[in-house]
Design a protein around this ligand. Structure first.
Ligand code: ZN
Length: 634
């Protein structure tokens, strides 16, 4: 049997996962959403790999009440602060065992604990922040290393375990969904055989997953079947509209399966969260989370769902073993996502996606100039003593995608497909690093490619490691070409150079991502557009207050801010109030703060409450830095 003995360890966990490893987790949670407190028990099964007499776990601001063995014997434990990391990566929960344990022995620990508003994985919403305003709501975001703020465990993508959960809700209106298959939803029978108002929801996942894929959503939510094995979950008011917008999901899964092989996880459920969900989407197995910004009204935003479906294979089946190898999740996922567009979207949609991705990659690499951040330009960022969230950008997505695209060009499209299928089979349910894939790829080419084999191997050897480890742009430039790109750039250039062109209406029929190319060109040339020209553009395409989705809106609003085009400013504020996705909110404030410092302060003070802590904290830091900067220059 293949054993993946990788040397790339995870610097972002305080657990001793190389000595002892969890293989099953059961959590029981009692939700008190009014008080924003969850009381819980985690029951964890471990197998020892080495001789040891202690177990260290990751925790972040958890209240640990008791640690004991299944026979009831209490174990000594303490929270150890490591190098002032408490608010960066959390603390170490050190548990002293009752005796020495030998390799291959098993142990089951139970930990009683509680978490509250300090849990940085959790967005607790008051009932006023929901649509019906009847009951509060909660959701989590555990990636990258935030699971330790809701469960004491080995919080590393190197460790995978099977999972069961029971969630108790004290209000029949509050339903819960978690990662995994729902196996029961029952009223709890009280002590005297009477039905109480408590409801239990139970979940199970027999496929091993890492901690970052655990998620829960609870509130007044319902699910609706949309065909095949697909369901949408949301607040009841929106459910029908969301189901209509997402009715292509069964088709996407079918087409992806045609390319990559069977979907193994069971039902595909997608939750559309309230607007404060800080990301576009999150790929919990059987329970994708997505921001409402993906619901544009014309199905143009559902690409996020395609991406999250692709994670069922790339990331959730084969996982990077630490946050330096995030491209094993994201680069492969983007590759499969764009491959699927070839079958479910108009011609060259995938190429336009790759071109837009390349813009993002170049601007990310150019922006990461701080000496501390330069390794983030590579596919192997250094994340030691940092919150690994800080290292995430377009780089693992797009630099990773371009590497795979380049390799596909080398070994041929059909060959590459078979290589990917065998890669998934070979590493299934494991966590790997870039070197595991590298060796597998070279072996595969040696055994399966019959023409030009040595030349192909030489080419791979020449580029692979520089692509992963070298700073700056990737070693090969890939030319993504389509006439649809040239058309969009030409139309934007006419606006920039001469004003409204005769073929201005072409824009209306562009694919959504082609509109982004147009808008990127406008943004890149904002200094050449005077306010009169901007007004013509805005009036003609109704850009301020646009309903064409946040990706296009974001580029337009950046143009407005950078050009100091005041008439568009009110719409910028409207945009910031309409969503909570970190990349848009933070990206907008990044240009707003230097150009409109007073508005930035006033708007943030007004809207802060509506953002997830992960977003609000980031903007707050940016505003503070600006204040410090101003202080120094005075
Ligand atoms: Zn992803």
């Amino acid at each position: 049997m293949h054993q993946c003995l990788t040397v790339d360890i995870d610097p972002n966990t305080f657990s001793n996962y190389l000595d002892v490893r969890m293989n099953h987790l059961h959590v029981e949670w009692l939700l008190d959403l009014d008080k924003k407190i969850v009381n819980g028990t985690a029951q964890i099964s471990f197998k020892f790999l080495k001789h040891t007499n202690y177990i260290d776990l990751d925790v972040y601001q958890l209240s640990i009440l008791n640690v004991y063995l299944v026979n009831g014997n209490t174990l000594k434990h303490e929270i150890q602060v490591v190098k002032e990391q408490s608010l960066i990566q959390g603390d170490r929960l050190h548990i002293v065992l009752d005796r020495d344990y030998n390799p291959l022995e098993n142990i089951i620990l139970k930990i009683k604990y509680a978490y509250d508003e300090r849990a940085r994985a959790v967005g607790f919403l008051t009932k006023e922040q929901t649509h019906s305003k009847k009951v509060p709501y909660m959701f989590t975001q555990c990636e990258t290393n935030n699971c330790r703020s809701i469960i004491p465990l080995q919080d590393t993508p190197s460790v995978k375990f099977t999972f069961t959960a029971t969630v108790i809700s004290t209000n029949p209106l509050i339903k819960a969904f978690m990662t995994g298959e729902q196996i029961a939803s029952l009223p709890l029978i009280g002590q005297y055989g009477l039905e109480s108002t408590f409801y239990t929801y139970s979940f199970q996942l027999n496929i091993p997953i890492p901690a970052y894929l655990i998620g829960i959503v609870a509130g007044e939510i319902e699910q609706k079947h949309i065909g095949a094995n697909c369901y949408v979950i949301s607040e009841p008011f929106y459910l029908d509209d969301y189901a209509k917008e997402l009715d292509e999901l069964p088709f996407f899964i079918e087409k992806m399966t045609d390319y990559i092989g069977p979907y193994i996880w069971g039902d595909y459920k997608i939750v559309i969260l309230p607007q404060s969900f800080p990301f576009g989407g999150m790929e919990h197995p059987l329970l994708t989370f997505a921001s409402p910004v993906i619901i544009v009204g014309d199905k143009s935003g559902v690409g996020t769902a395609v991406h999250e479906i692709a994670h069922s294979w790339m990331g959730n089946t084969v996982t990077g073993n630490n946050w330096s190898n995030m491209w094993i999740m994201e680069g492969f996922c983007v590759f499969l996502e764009r491959k699927t567009y070839k079958y479910v979207r108009p011609q060259d949609y995938d190429i336009i996606e790759a071109i837009n991705g390349n813009f993002n990659l170049i601007s990310a690499i150019q922006g990461l100039t701080d000496p501390d951040e330069k390794s983030y330009q590579t596919l192997h960022p250094i994340t030691s003593w940092k919150n690994p969230d800080d290292s995430t950008s377009s780089v693992p997505y797009e630099r990773g995608y371009q590497l795979l695209y380049y390799l596909e060009q080398l070994i041929g499209e059909e060959n590459f497909k078979f290589m990917l299928r065998q890669y998934l089979d070979h590493f299934k349910f494991q966590s790997i690093d870039e070197d595991d894939f590298y060796k597998f790829l070279l072996d595969w080419v040696r055994s399966n490619v019959k023409v030009n084999t040595q030349k192909i191997i030489d080419d791979i050897v020449a580029v692979y490691k520089p692509w992963v480890y070298q700073q700056g742009l990737p070693p090969k430039t890939i030319e993504f070409k389509t006439p649809k790109y040239d058309e969009a750039v030409a139309l934007a250039n006419k606006w920039i150079n001469q004003g409204k062109p005769a073929n201005a209406d072409d824009y209306i029929n562009y694919m959504p991502n082609q509109k982004m190319i147009f808008m990127q060109q406008i943004l890149d040339n904002y200094t050449k557009l005077n306010h009169q020209r901007l007004k013509e553009l805005d009036d003609y395409y109704k850009l301020s207050g646009t309903k064409s989705g946040p990706k296009i809106a974001f580029k337009w609003y950046k143009t407005v801010i950078l050009s100091k085009y005041d008439p568009g400013l009110e719409a910028v504020h409207g945009f910031l109030q309409s969503l909570g996705v970190r990349s848009y909110v933070v990206g907008t404030y990044e240009v707003l703060i230097p150009n409109y410092p007073n508005e930035a302060d006033a708007w943030f003070a007004q809207d802060k409450w509506s953002y997830h802590p992960l977003v609000a904290n980031r903007v707050e830091d940016m505003l503070k830095k600006k204040m410090r900067g101003a202080h120094i220059t005075q």
